[in-house]
Design a protein around this ligand. Structure first.
Ligand code: LMR
Length: 400
């Protein structure tokens, strides 16, 4: 009955790993998916995660019962504090509802399904470019996707004027997807002054912010500083949605741990919103898994484990910054034509290199370097050992 199906293409990001795994070359490097690797090129399980898991294993009172539809209550409370701040007025006033979801993607999808069902404006503006999965998540949830200008290829920085113009001409009430920090794929964020201007514009037009926070702690190395843009929008008393992921900042990729928070005008509204979120979640996956959320809650509620987490997180962020400098220096040493300062200016896990599809294909074919075709490289996948190989490949690609 499925004989007439056409073969679907691989995912533009996860498909890079599929291709990488098939390549027998000993020099191959995977800079596609945004997943942290050590200097030795190995995946990293944070020490603090191991400790939390040990505590969980040793606790014989723990059972494997179903979680509530909304997930682990402790996890939800601690997650909203992590993003909104422990002194957040919205949390104090019980105006926030937080539900545990399947990492960032699941949180976005639940939020989008909720909006498609209950919000009067079904159009969402997403930055151009953005994470490849965003348009699919929102479209399949029933929202109509439009883009706003974000990145300027000429400066390899923010097209702030274009952003203001596009949001300025969006219909009143439209939803706007904002990357909370460390924009994926460009590594370009607004300054805090620009965020304030964005906030004023959006509030004046009643545009509804939907933050995607997948990299808290990876932009500046500080969890609080990276949450500043979100907190600006909470401080004005207005509404917003925020999707959080612990994939990157706790290295819990495969555990699929995340949260969706909706900040409402009153505690009464928040309770109604939560009741409707349960109706979205129950037929989708019933209730979320227990293990990853328990790890996160264990770390967030213990001040010593929390402190250790911030140190390990900073170490990951710092290693990525060091890779930026090593790659920049290696290109300079080779006299590679072009201005590569964006490699050290951009932040977070990715560098948006400016390499085009043909150059990327050449680098994959000749140098076994795997990256997304838009020229994005995951700096977290690089090491001192692989930087020279990447620099050779980039040099060859731009000079051929
Ligand atoms: C990425 O952009 O590489 C990550 O967010 C992983 C993913 O699921 O695409």
């Amino acid at each position: 009955v499925f004989a007439n199906l056409v073969q679907a293409p691989e995912d533009p990001i996860l498909g890079v790993t599929v291709a990488y795994n098939k390549d027998p070359s000993p020099v191959k490097v995977n800079l596609g998916v945004g997943a942290y690797r050590t200097e030795e090129g190995k995946p990293l399980v944070l020490n603090v995660v191991r400790q939390a898991e040990q505590l969980l294993v040793n606790d014989r009172s723990r059972v494997k019962e179903y979680l509530p539809i909304t997930g682990l209550a402790d996890f939800n409370k601690l997650s909203s504090k992590l993003i909104f701040g422990s002194d957040s007025p919205a949390i104090r006033e019980n105006r926030v509802t937080t539900v545990q979801c399947l990492s960032g993607t699941g949180s976005l999808r639940v939020g989008a399904e909720f909006l498609a069902k209950h919000y009067h404006q079904r159009v969402i503006y997403i930055p151009h470019p953005t994470w490849g999965n965003h348009p699919k998540v929102f479209t399949l949830a029933g929202l109509s996707v439009k883009t706003y200008r974000y990145y300027d290829p000429a400066t390899r920085g923010l097209n702030f004027q274009g952003l203001l113009e596009d949001l300025g001409s969006a219909p009143s009430g439209a939803i706007v997807l904002l990357h909370a920090c460390a924009h994926n794929p460009t590594g370009v964020d607004p300054t805090i002054e620009q965020w304030e201007q964005i906030r004023q514009l959006m509030r004046s037009k009643a545009l509804l912010p939907f933050f995607d926070s997948a990299y808290q702690g990876f932009a500046s190395g500080s969890l609080d500083a990276d949450a500043q843009p979100v907190r600006l929008f909470v401080a004005d008393g207005g509404e917003l949605l925020a999707a959080q992921s612990y994939a990157k900042n706790m290295g819990l990729y495969g555990e699929r741990v995340g949260a969706l928070s909706i900040v409402c005008k009153s505690a009464d509204v928040a309770a109604k919103v939560e009741s409707q979120l349960k109706l979205v979640i129950r037929p989708m996956y019933s209730n979320p898994p227990i293990h990853g959320a328990s790890i996160v809650a264990t770390i967030l509620k213990d001040s010593e484990l929390y402190r250790e987490w911030t140190i390990e997180l900073k170490a990951m962020a710092d290693r990525i910054i060091s890779m930026r400098h090593q790659l920049f220096d290696a290109l300079r040493a080779r006299g590679t034509p072009g201005d590569w300062t964006h490699i050290i200016k951009q932040i977070g896990m990715f560098t948006f290199t400016g390499l085009n599809t043909q150059q990327v294909a050449f680098m994959t074919q000749e140098y076994h370097i795997y990256m997304t075709s838009d020229g994005r490289i995951s700096m977290a996948g690089l090491s001192s050992r692989t930087v020279p190989h990447l620099a050779d490949a980039i040099h060859a690609a731009v000079t051929r």
